[in-house]
Write a protein that binds this ligand. Structure first.
Ligand code: MN3
Length: 256
């Protein structure tokens, strides 16, 4: 390169910088970008402050606690970005709404039909996302108990014949979800359990049931590690379900 050309390219390079900075600033000011912190934000210990009644619960274990079944990077992005976005967007949806003031997220999702129509879709998606993911983190554990106990063990045997038969049906349900959604084990209002799937962030609460544990089959839950191998993800997920916590949840549901 001739010296003159080199100088020119240096000058062009320097001149390009302010342009790029301006473009980034414009992006940062756009509503979509403002909803989520930048990808380079420090990890999770400091989720963005919630301007509203709902806040992101901390992950109850380290990002890598569920390795090698669920990978640390997916856990971090799933909790710090995806769950955080549901919380922030739910706060935006209910901001200034006296008619749902003081409602818990479970009440918003369960009594969705009573939520004012203008915010019902946002509450269904963002409130569902917040409730579903809060349940998710507290359903998983490193070295988790392998099987349900007590009343839940009996209810599963009664509904499916055995825990193993339940596992096969639950996995099949998770595989059957078309697009984004969840496969649940839910408690029936009159006792007993069932497997069900919901699309998007819909919750069994809206149908009058109590979700006990759900597999998130949105691609964001597994694509980094498993890509299109959803069956491998479902099998890995099953190994870290905290059946003690899920059994306790069923006990609480039975008490009402
Ligand atoms: Mn998810």
């Amino acid at each position: 390169m001739k010296r003159r050309d080199m100088l020119r390219s240096l000058v062009v390079g320097a001149a390009a910088l302010p342009v790029a900075t301006e473009a980034l600033a414009a992006l940062a000011g756009a509503p979509a970008a403002a909803a989520a912190p930048p990808a380079s934000a420090p990890a999770a210990s400091a989720p963005p402050p919630a301007a509203g009644p709902f806040s992101l619960p901390p992950l109850p274990y380290a990002y890598d606690a569920l390795e090698p079944n669920l990978d640390a990077q997916t856990m971090q992005i799933h909790h710090d970005k995806h769950h955080a976005a549901y919380v922030n967007n739910l706060n935006k949806a209910v901001a200034g709404r006296k008619d749902v003031d003081g409602w818990t997220v479970e009440r918003l999702v369960r009594d969705l039909a009573q939520v004012p129509e203008e915010i019902r879709t946002a509450v269904r998606n963002q409130g569902g996302g917040h409730a579903n993911h809060t349940l998710l983190w507290t359903s998983l554990k490193k070295d988790a108990t392998a099987t349900p106990t007590g009343e839940l063990a009996k209810a599963i045997d009664s509904a499916f014949g055995s825990f193993s038969a339940f596992g096969d049906k639950w996995s099949a349900a998770a595989m059957s979800v078309f697009g984004s959604g969840w496969a649940w084990l839910s408690a029936e209002p009159g006792g007993g359990v069932r497997i069900e799937t919901t699309p998007n962030q819909d919750s069994p609460l809206t149908a009058g049931r109590v979700p006990l544990v759900g597999i998130d089959v949105w691609e964001h839950a597994y694509y980094l590690k498993f890509q299109s191998r959803r069956a491998d993800y479902v099998a890995a997920f099953a190994k870290v379900v905290d059946w003690d916590a899920v059994s306790a949840r069923y006990r609480d549901a039975r008490k009402g």
